[in-house]
Write a protein that binds this ligand. Structure first.
Ligand code: TXA
Ligand code: MG
Length: 306
């Protein structure tokens, strides 16, 4: 870990696991190092990068005027899968925040990530480890080809525990607004804050810079099919599947038996959403690699009646 921390301190870039997804990181206070991260990902320089920190002191090193509600969220969810958008201090280079006066801050709970930041002694600017536009990497297998020649060190931590990115929150007038859904649910935030606003359905808002881009997109055509009624859902999947020759179905464990004649990927029990979270990005990549005409993904929950 000392060796990897030295690489960070000396301006190198490292691929490493966090509890959410893999990150590709550099010294967040070093412009040149951060530039390498943008380039390795093919990331738009207008899309800011979050800082990973390992202590409260480090949060205060990079951000200022932290409000009561912001501290409340920090107390409740750090370390863990929550990113908070805070007012930035001058020490944070503009390249990290893409010129904004705010900076995203997260304290990961994954032991490897936390130890790496601690040893490096600097906040680490780290986006998810995937080429811009493709699903986040949740295990090394899926991303090593994309990055092996672009980074100075790779830490293999196996599969990420959670497999989904952190929830991103910005506090406006002491009310948390969720800018990106993630591992921490709106209910969990509401419990702590009393109130929460969902700001991610309005994709035209300017709060999340990356909203203008495609996210989590499979290369091949894909469709999400959900019906509260299981029988109807299975019928709908069959109906769509019948229109194509080469189909991959990403199904909950309970339904795999109904699609026996087809290529099926088991995402886990519909009664275990954590298992599904952990598997979903890996399976989207796997489905893509089979190059079907269409990927059919079973929905498992419809909270908002979309
Ligand atoms: O779980 C995670 O958050 C992972 C792990 C590696 O920590 N990281 C991650 O980073 O998902 P990334 O770069 O893939 O997504 C961060 C999002 C981007 O959509 C970016 O636009 C937004 O955070 N963001 C960064 N700084 C921001 C700011 N100052 N204001 C608003 N949004 C910001
Ligand atoms: Mg990302």
């Amino acid at each position: 870990m000392q060796e990897v921390a030295d690489i960070i301190k000396n301006g190198g870039i490292v691929l490493f696991p966090t509890e959410t997804v893999y990150g590709i990181g550099a010294n967040g206070l070093d412009c040149k190092a951060v530039e390498k991260v943008y380039k390795a990902k093919g990331r738009d320089f207008k899309n800011p990068i979050n800082l990973l920190v390992s202590s409260k002191a480090m949060i205060e090193q990079v951000s200022k005027d932290i409000t009561k509600m912001e501290y409340k969220l920090i107390e409740a969810f750090f370390p863990g899968p929550l990113t908070i958008i805070l007012k930035k201090k001058d020490i944070v280079p503009n390249i990290v925040t893409a010129g904004r006066d705010t900076v995203g801050v997260r304290m990961p709970s994954g032991k490897i990530a936390l130890k790496l930041i601690e040893e490096a002694g600097v906040p680490i600017a780290a986006p998810s480890a995937n080429l811009s536009g493709s699903p986040s990497g949740t295990n090394l297998n899926d991303i090593i080809e994309e990055f092996k020649n672009k980074v100075d060190y790779i830490i293999d931590g196996g599969e990420c525990d959670i497999g989904l990115e952190s929830t991103i929150v910005k506090v406006v007038d002491e009310v948390p607004h969720i800018l990106r859904p993630g591992a921490i649910t709106e209910e969990e935030i509401e419990k702590i804050a009393g109130k929460v606003v969902l700001d991610y359905e309005n994709t035209t808002n300017n709060l999340l810079p990356s909203n203008k881009q495609n996210h989590y997109k499979t290369k091949n055509k894909s469709i999400l099919i959900y019906d509260k009624n299981e029988k109807k859902q299975i019928e709908k999947v069959e109906e769509v599947a019948n229109k194509y020759k080469n189909v991959v179905i990403v199904s909950c464990s309970e339904h795999c038996k109904y699609y026996k004649q087809r290529q099926v990927l088991d995402m886990g029990s519909k009664n275990n959403l954590q298992e599904i979270s952990k598997n979903i990005f890996r399976l989207l990549r796997k489905a893509d690699n089979l190059n079907p005409e269409i990927i059919i993904i079973e929905g498992v929950e419809n909270k908002r009646n979309w």
